[in-house]
Design a protein around this ligand. Structure first.
Ligand code: SAH
Ligand code: SF4
Length: 360
């Protein structure tokens, strides 16, 4: 990986160091470079959360390393387990900020949904994550740690099979951390998850989509479109300046370059973007493209429902919208509601934690 950073990596958690920095730290602690490989193996392959578990690393080296670098940066502050096995985890970071990730078991599959920012700058009108703006980007280590924590909690019982970058934050506005984090997650010497099992969701930044397309390997891309009409989309995603046409063109180029069909996500809000004319507009824009449209009936966020008059559409409206798209030749899926949605949709666990009186 990269060369050690010029300002040194003092006190950073080991998860935030590049391989070269881990080697430099091991050598500075009196160890040999091959021992760095062992440390990295324990950290990423086995996902140990304590230096004491690094069996073949001499105790003296472990102690010296631990003095310089905590092994991890995040701790689990809260865990919410739903009846269907979905578990929402609130992680406390080193600066006491919190982010959430969700483990979703589903048959043979177990998917983890990770966050990339504390809050979100995009401020979609229906989303809890964007309600208080963005506090900061997550580091690459903080993104990968969500995977380590999830794997640890699943233990031997279930293997983590899929990753969706659909938690808090806009992933493509934090590409500098996202790309190395995904590399770690994909790396055969590390977590070893196939790129086909990794999906990144964006609210649509064409330039950043190009940069994402240039990175190897080919991850899946999901684009949160919500509306095919520019004026309506600006109402729903007020900070977005890119016209729908540019977003769709960038997504299509992604397909051309990577051979991966793009999924468009549409959060449906009653009377706002689920009307017959909204379906017609969507067919006009997407109808001829190889893609899938994933309809997501809005998970109500109490504060937003009250303040903005937003409503989740009834099933009949969702079905009618889906049928109209299908008649227009589109592949359509409708997202089922999962435990995590019922107990708290994306960004809401953090919201509740912030609103709750301090413990004790
Ligand atoms: N910022 C990125 C990824 C995180 S949001 C993006 O917007 O794509 C992941 C998905 O959850 C997006 O499609 C988003 O529109 C959707 N979402 C956010 N809040 C929601 C809610 N309350 N109900 C249903 N879907 C929601
Ligand atoms: Fe940010 Fe995505 Fe939420 Fe929009 S939907 S505010 S982009 S996290």
């Amino acid at each position: 990986m990269d060369a050690p950073r010029a300002d040194g990596a003092a006190r950073l958690p080991l998860t935030d160091l590049t391989d070269a920095e881990v080697t430099a730290a091991v050598v500075a602690c009196g160890g040999k470079p091959f021992q760095a490989r062992q440390v990295l193996h324990w950290l990423w392959r086995h996902g140990v959360d304590d230096y004491a578990q690094m069996g073949n690393v001499p105790a003296q080296l472990r102690t010296a390393l631990a003095e310089r670098h905590p092994l991890r940066g995040a701790t689990v502050a809260k865990a919410d387990l739903a009846d269907d096995g979905t578990e929402k985890l609130l992680l406390r970071l080193r600066d006491a900020e919190t982010v959430e990730c969700v483990v979703i078991p589903d048959g043979e599959r177990t998917t983890l949904c990770v966050s990339t920012q504390v809050g979100c700058p995009v401020a979609c009108i229906f989303c809890a994550s964007g309600m208080a703006g963005v506090k900061r980007n997550l580091t690459a280590g903080e993104i990968v740690e969500q995977v380590l924590v999830a794997r640890r909690r699943l233990g031997a019982a279930r293997r983590l099979t899929n990753l969706v970058v659909m938690g808090m934050g806009e992933p493509l506005l934090n590409l500098d951390a996202l790309l190395p984090a995904l590399q770690r997650i994909h790396d055969a010497d590390g977590i070893d998850m196939g790129a086909r099992r990794i999906t990144v969701s964006t609210s649509g930044y064409p330039r950043q989509m190009e940069r994402f397309a240039a990175a190897d390997p080919a991850y899946n891309l999901a684009v949160s479109l919500h509306a095919a009409d520019d004026a309506l989309r600006r109402e729903l995603v007020p900070t977005s300046s890119a016209p729908v046409r540019e977003i769709v063109e960038a997504a299509h180029r992604y397909f051309g370059r990577k051979g991966r069909e793009v999924t468009y996500e549409v959060v449906l809000l009653e009377g706002r973007n689920d009307r017959p004319q909204d379906a017609v507009a969507m067919v006009e824009v997407l109808g001829a493209l190889p893609c899938t449209v994933n309809l997501i009936p809005w998970n109500p966020v109490e504060e937003l429902a009250a303040a903005r008059g937003l409503r989740r559409p009834a099933k009949a409206r969702v079905d009618a919208f889906a049928d109209a798209l299908r008649r227009g030749g589109l592949n359509v899926t409708v997202r089922r509601q999962r435990g995590a949605d019922r107990s708290a949709a994306c960004g809401q666990l953090r919201l509740r934690a912030a609103a709750a009186p301090p413990a004790g």
